[in-house]
Design a protein around this ligand. Sequence first.
Ligand SMILES: *[C@@H]1O[C@H](CO)[C@@H](O)[C@H](O)[C@H]1NC(C)=O
Ligand SMILES: *[C@@H]1O[C@H](CO)[C@@H](O)[C@H](O)[C@H]1NC(C)=O
Ligand SMILES: *[C@@H]1O[C@H](CO)[C@@H](O)[C@H](O)[C@H]1NC(C)=O
Ligand SMILES: *[C@@H]1O[C@H](CO)[C@@H](O)[C@H](O)[C@H]1NC(C)=O
Ligand SMILES: *[C@@H]1O[C@H](CO)[C@@H](O)[C@H](O)[C@H]1NC(C)=O
Ligand SMILES: *[C@@H]1O[C@H](CO)[C@@H](O)[C@H](O)[C@H]1NC(C)=O
Ligand SMILES: *[C@@H]1O[C@H](CO)[C@@H](O)[C@H](O)[C@H]1NC(C)=O
Ligand SMILES: *[C@@H]1O[C@H](CO)[C@@H](O)[C@H](O)[C@H]1NC(C)=O
Ligand SMILES: *[C@@H]1O[C@H](CO)[C@@H](O)[C@H](O)[C@H]1NC(C)=O
Ligand SMILES: *[C@@H]1O[C@H](CO)[C@@H](O)[C@H](O)[C@H]1NC(C)=O
Length: 852
Amino acid sequence: MRARAALQLLSAANFVAAISFLPVAAFAQADTTTAVPIQAFYSAPPNSSTSGTTYSRDVNINATTRAGTVTAPRTLTYTQTEYTPNPTAFRTACAEISSSYASRLSVYSSRVATDPDTIYPTRVPVRPREAWDCLYSIPLDRDLTLEFISGVAKYLQFQSTIEYLKNPPANSLQDPIDIIGSLEKLADQVRSGEIAHHIRFENAFRKLLQRCHDGHLGFTFNSASLVTFRGPFSLISISPDAVEKPKVYVETDLMENGLNASYITRIDGYEVEAWLAEFADFGSSQSPDARYNAVFANRDPGSDGTFYSLYGWYPGKNTISLTYANASTHEYDYRAYARWNSALNWTGIRTGSDFYQKVVLNPAYFQVSSSDEEGVVEAAPAPEPTSNENVYHVHDKKKVRKRQMRTGIATTTTSTRPSPTSTIPQLVYFNYPYMQHRVGPYVQDLNGIIGGYFLNDTLDTAVLDISSFSADDDDAEFQLAGFQAALSTFFAEARRRGSKKLILDVRGNGGGLVALGFELYKQLFPSAPAHSFYRIRAHEAAEIFATAAEQIASDKATEELVELIESVGIENVDGDAYPEALEVALAISSGFSRQNTLDVDGKKPEDLETFIGPYNVSGLVNDTVSLLVETDLNFPLQETDVSGFGTRANFTSTPQPFKKEDILFLSDGTCASTCTIFAELLKREQANISTVVMGGRPNDGPSAHVGGTHGSRVLTYANLLRNSRRVVSLFPPETDEQEQYLINNIPLALPFGFLYGAINFRDAIRPEDETATPLQFALEPADCRLYFSPIGFTDSVYLWGELSKLKWGTGSSFEGCAVGGLQKGEGSTGFVPDDPETVEIVNYILQPLRSP
Ligand SMILES: *[C@@H]1O[C@H](CO)[C@@H](O)[C@H](O)[C@H]1NC(C)=O
Ligand SMILES: *[C@@H]1O[C@H](CO)[C@@H](O)[C@H](O)[C@H]1NC(C)=O
Ligand SMILES: *[C@@H]1O[C@H](CO)[C@@H](O)[C@H](O)[C@H]1NC(C)=O
Ligand SMILES: *[C@@H]1O[C@H](CO)[C@@H](O)[C@H](O)[C@H]1NC(C)=O
Ligand SMILES: *[C@@H]1O[C@H](CO)[C@@H](O)[C@H](O)[C@H]1NC(C)=O
Ligand SMILES: *[C@@H]1O[C@H](CO)[C@@H](O)[C@H](O)[C@H]1NC(C)=O
Ligand SMILES: *[C@@H]1O[C@H](CO)[C@@H](O)[C@H](O)[C@H]1NC(C)=O
Ligand SMILES: *[C@@H]1O[C@H](CO)[C@@H](O)[C@H](O)[C@H]1NC(C)=O
Ligand SMILES: *[C@@H]1O[C@H](CO)[C@@H](O)[C@H](O)[C@H]1NC(C)=O
Ligand SMILES: *[C@@H]1O[C@H](CO)[C@@H](O)[C@H](O)[C@H]1NC(C)=O
C-alpha cells in the first residue's frame, strides 16, 4: 500500500508545525455556513446573443390524463428562454447593483440614527436580468478554473458513491453520472473556450453535483452570498380528499378560496406536470416523489418550496406565466435580490472583474508565497468539537422561521421559548407552543426538536412529531440530553394514560445528530439490537488520513484517552489542559480511525489494515472500500450517552412503550441522513412497522417513504481540509517525493471561495446484502400512499387523528389509501417503479439543457 509506506517514513513524533512546502492557504479555507444555492436554471448556449432557440418534438404522451381534465398539447414546443446579456449590460450591471446596495445602507444609517431599533438590512431587490447581467460579466480565468477542477476532484474522491453513480443499480431511478469524467469534460470545455463565462462554469459544476440527488453532496460558491433569485410565490399540490390525484395551486389562492381556486394547467405554456418534472429533477432527494414534494410549500415543518426558492438559480427571464383551469393566463415577476453578509458585500464592486477579485477568489489560496512558519501557526483552524458524529440538516430549519415571519402566522420559535439561565437547564417544556401547530404538544425538549402529543381520539393515540434530529440553532446545547428527557417523559405519560397507539411523524426530517436517531430507536425498543453498518471509500487520500489517524490514535494512546475521560470527564479534555489527548480524541472522531468502530461480529478491527483494507468491490462497480463497521456507541466520546449504551447501559431493561404493530411511520419521502439511519433500524430490527407516505407525483404509483440521502455521515470540505492539515503538520514530509505524493492526493485549498462544500462520507450497507449495495440506491415503497388534502395540509393534528382512525379505528375521513393500504396484506409491494411517461418528458425537456 503506497499510502502507508509513504507515511511511515514520516516522523511521527514531530508535533511542531513545520510546514513550509504547502500553501498556508491550504489550511485557511473559511469555515462553512449554509446558504441559499445559486444556479442558472438554463445553460446559456455558448454563442447566442439573444433568446429564442426553439426545440420541438411530437410527444405522443397523455401526460394530462394523469393530471386530470386538462388537455395537453400534442406537440410540446420548448423555447429555450435563455438570455445572454450584451456587453453594455456587462459594463453597468454590477455598478448599478452596487449603488442600490449603497443607497439601501445609507437609508438604514439615517433611520438608525433616529430609531436605534431599525433592523440592519441584508438584501435589496434588483431586477433578475440585472443580477444575471452582473454575474455574467464575471470574467473566466482559465488557469485558475482548471486548477479548481483538479483541486475539487480530490475532495470528490471521498464521495462514497462515486463509482456507483457511474453505473447506478437498476430501479434506483438515478441517472448514470460520471463525476470525474464530467469534470474532465468541463475542463475541456474551459480549455476550448466553449465555457467562456465564470458563472457558466459555476452553474455547470453545481448542476453536475445536483443531478447526483444526494443531499450530502453539495457545493455553494461565494457568489450566492451576493445574488439570489426567487419565484413569485409558493405553489401547493392538493387533492380534495387525499386519495384523488392532486392538482397544483398557487398557495395563497388555495388558502383564501379553498378548492374554489382554479388549479394550474400550464406553466410557461407547458403542461404543468411536464414542467414540474423538469424543474424537480434538480432536487436533492433520491426519490422523484420527494423531489416533487420539495417544489411545494409545506407546513410541517414549514418551507416555501423550491418553486419559490428556485434552488437559488437565475430562472432565465424576468417573468413566468401560469395558465389556470378557468382558461386565464397570468404573467408573474420573478424576483432577485442583491445580498450581503458580514464577510462579503457590494462595496467597491463596479464591474465583473471586481466581483471576481473580491468575491469569487479565495484569498487564502494566494498567500502561498508569503507563507512562513508563523503564518502557518496563525492559520491553524480552531479545534473541532469532540462529538463523534455529524450534525447535518438536508433542510435548513432556519427557513421555517423565515417563512413564519413572511406569512405572519402566529407561532413560536426557539427565540421566544424561555431560555435556560442556570447551568442545569430545564430540559423539557409542557404545553408550550410548537412549530406552527394549533395545539402545543404535551411535552417538547428545550431545543424544540421533538414534540410529543396525545390526541383526543377514542384510541388515545400518541404522536411524536420529529421534523429534525437536531436543533435549529447550531450553538444549541443539551441536544441529546433534552431529547432523551422529552422522550422518557412522554413515554412515561403514555404508560400512565394507557395510550396504546403511536404515530411517528418524520415529515420533512432531513436528519441531524446521529446519536438522536439511535436514542429514539432505543427508547422505542429498549432491549432490541441497534446495528447500523457503513463503509467508506478506501482511495489513496482516505488511506493517508486513516494511516495518520492510526498513528495518533494507536491502541495505547486510545486506552490512555479512555482512562483520562473516565477520570476527568470528556468535557474537561480540552486543548489547554490535555493537548495530546485532544489530538487523539480528534483523530478518533475524524471518521478515519478504527478505535470507535465495531465489525459485524461486534469486535474492534484489530489493526489499520483490517479496517481500511482496501477491499475490492466488484460486480456492478469496481471500487476499493473499507471494512464494513458500525460506530461503537459505548466509546465515551459524547457528553451524554445514548440510552442503552455507556453509563446508560441498564436502559435495556426499561419496558418497551409500544408494540410494533401499534406504531405507524408517517413520512413525506424527505427522510434523509440520520432519519434514514433511524428508519433503517426500524426496518432491519423491527420489520413490518406500517408506513405511510404523503404527496408525490400524481401518478397513483407506489412511492418511497424514505427518499432522501441514505448516506450515514457527511463530511464538509472544511473538515477534510483540517484532516490534510493535521497530516502535514504532524507528519511533515521529509523528501520531495513524499511532498509531491501528498500534494497529488490530499485535499488542499481551492482557488475559488465557497460557502459550503460537502460529500457523503459513509455508505449505509445491510450486512446481509450479498451485493453490498449502498442503501442510497434502494427505494422501498410505503405500505400506504396518500396525497395532501386541504385540511391535512394545514392541520397536522387533524391529519394524525384521521390516520389513526384509518389504521386502527373507524370513521376516518380518508377512504383508504390512494395506493396500497394499512391493513394486513394491503401494503404496496416491490420496488418503486419508474414513471415512464414522466421520464420521457424529463428526457425530452432536459435534452437541450444537458447537452452543452
Ligand atoms: C392518448 O389518449 C388518446 C385518447 O384517449 C388515445 O387514443 C391514445 O391511444 C393515447 N395515447 C397513448 C400513448 O396512450
Ligand atoms: C462564437 O462565434 C464566433 C463566430 O461565429 C467564433 O469565432 C467563436 O469562436 C465562437 N465562440 C465560442 C466561444 O464558441
Ligand atoms: C366556494 O364557492 C361556493 C359557491 O360559490 C361558496 O359557497 C363557498 O363559500 C366557497 N368556498 C370558499 C372557501 O370560498
Ligand atoms: C382564474 O383562476 C385564477 C386562480 O384561481 C384567478 O386568479 C383568476 O382571477 C381567475 N380568472 C377568471 C377570469 O376567473
Ligand atoms: C464591506 O466589506 C468590506 C471589506 O471588503 C469591509 O471593509 C466593509 O466594512 C464592509 N461594509 C459593510 C457595510 O459591512
Ligand atoms: C384535546 O382537548 C382539549 C380540551 O378541548 C384541548 O385543550 C386540547 O388542545 C386537545 N388536544 C389535542 C391534541 O387536540
Ligand atoms: C483487488 O483488485 C486489485 C486490482 O484489480 C488486485 O491487484 C488485488 O489483488 C485485488 N485484491 C483482492 C484482495 O482481491
Ligand atoms: C470491473 O473490472 C472488470 C475487470 O477489470 C471489468 O471486466 C469490468 O467491466 C469492470 N466493471 C465496471 C462496471 O467497470
Ligand atoms: C439504571 O441505573 C440508574 C442508576 O444506577 C437507575 O437510577 C435506573 O433506575 C436504572 N434503570 C433501569 C431501567 O434499571
Ligand atoms: C413481516 O410481514 C411479512 C408479510 O406479512 C411476513 O412474511 C414476515 O414474517 C413478517 N416479518 C416479521 C419479522 O414479522
